[in-house]
Ligand binder design. Sequence first.
Ligand code: SF4
Ligand code: SF4
Length: 109
Amino acid sequence: MNIPITDVSPFATGDTTPVNPEITCSNCQACCCRLEVILLTDTGVPDYLIDEDEWGGEVMRRLDDGWCAAVDRETLMCTIYDRRPQLCRDYEMGSPECEDERKENGLDQ
Ligand code: SF4
Ligand code: SF4
């Protein structure tokens, strides 16, 4: 969910485990932006992009195609990158979760 604009370092958390250099957001299809994103803190996500889950919590709205409403459908980039939720900031490109999501969505790796 680093999508978009720029790829971040896969070592952002200080983890020095090498990751597959073939895995970048720029050859992905915003796979992780189909996951449910709970809003834990206020990062300035606009109200029209927020939904309520069944427990009354705030989540990013998703459209019928499954993607987060903030994804630009043409570029597959995040349109609120500077205001994206904390979960999106913490989701690391090249992490095991990222790799799993790519595979779930039909990418080779
Ligand atoms: S699944 Fe991984 S590679 Fe794809 S957009 Fe998300 S962080 Fe980037
Ligand atoms: S807010 Fe941005 S990074 Fe987070 S799921 Fe939506 S499009 Fe992806």
